[in-house]
Design a protein around this ligand. Structure first.
Ligand SMILES: Cc1cc2nc3c(=O)[nH]c(=O)nc-3n(C[C@H](O)[C@H](O)[C@H](O)COP(=O)(O)O)c2cc1C
Length: 210
């Protein structure tokens, strides 16, 4: 057993990027287009849950716009489109696609590759969501909530993910896209795959209505 652990240590020292090969390449998103869109009252009038999606994927511009609307940086001081308790900015948005899972890095407008392969069915319980080209997963990152006690982490993790979700709903309403927020997600499997210190709160597929 000791020999195996030693071997693993030697391999990891000699090939530090071995583990990284499991992650897909990062994707630099285009600058989000933040002008235009529907008037707010009209978007609120159209906001609705839709559960039928076509196979058509969003392009990178649409993805950049969607993620910026969800919780992108909207001020020079680094604050975001969604509020967070004590400005913790603790909601990490993961993007599940057919090709892999990516973490949205808002300040760089980047999708950081974290896991190769199609893991959507390991995140969404409902088949329609597991087939949607884009499945967002909102994670409360406890590394960013150091000053919060357990109850506060739970409470603000959930409330702050709700704001991100509503931003996504409104963006979708404005752009004629389809979405549904999901409480029914495989929280343990998501955490096992992504290995964060925190809790997966909600999922949210986004696509074109079938
Ligand atoms: C916190 C939360 C969790 C939800 N979880 C699910 C879910 O797991 N699966 C699902 O199909 N819909 C889910 N929904 C969507 C609701 O069913 C939907 O919002 C509700 O029926 C009202 O429809 P509307 O969004 O069109 O107003 C959830 C909604 C909320 C707010």
């Amino acid at each position: 057993m000791k020999k195996l652990a030693l071997l693993a240590l030697v391999v990891m020292t000699l090939f530090p990027n071995l583990n990284a090969q499991k992650a897909p390449a990062d994707i630099q998103l285009p600058d989000p287009k933040i002008e235009g869109g529907m008037p707010l009252m009209e978007a609120l009038k159209n906001r609705a849950t839709i559960r039928e999606y076509s196979d058509k994927a969003l392009d990178n511009q649409q993805l950049a716009n969607l993620l910026w609307a969800a919780c992108g940086v909207n001020r020079p001081d680094g604050k975001r489109t969604a509020p967070t308790a004590r400005n913790a900015q603790q909601i990490d948005v993961y993007v599940y696609t057919e090709k892999g899972v990516y973490l949205y890095v808002a300040e760089k407008n980047l999708l950081k590759g974290v896991a190769s392969g199609d893991h959507r069915a390991d995140a969404a319980m409902q088949p329609f969501a597991a087939k949607c080209p884009i499945l967002l997963v909102f994670v409360a990152n406890y590394d960013k909530m150091k000053g919060f006690n357990d109850e506060a982490r739970e409470f603000y993790g959930a409330t702050d993910a709700g704001y991100v979700s509503q931003n996504v709903y409104l963006y979708c309403a404005s752009e004629g896209l389809a979405t549904v927020v999901l409480g029914s997600i495989h929280r343990d499997k998501i955490k096992d795959l992504l290995g964060f210190n925190g809790k997966a709160i909600l999922g949210q597929p986004v696509g074109f209505q079938k």
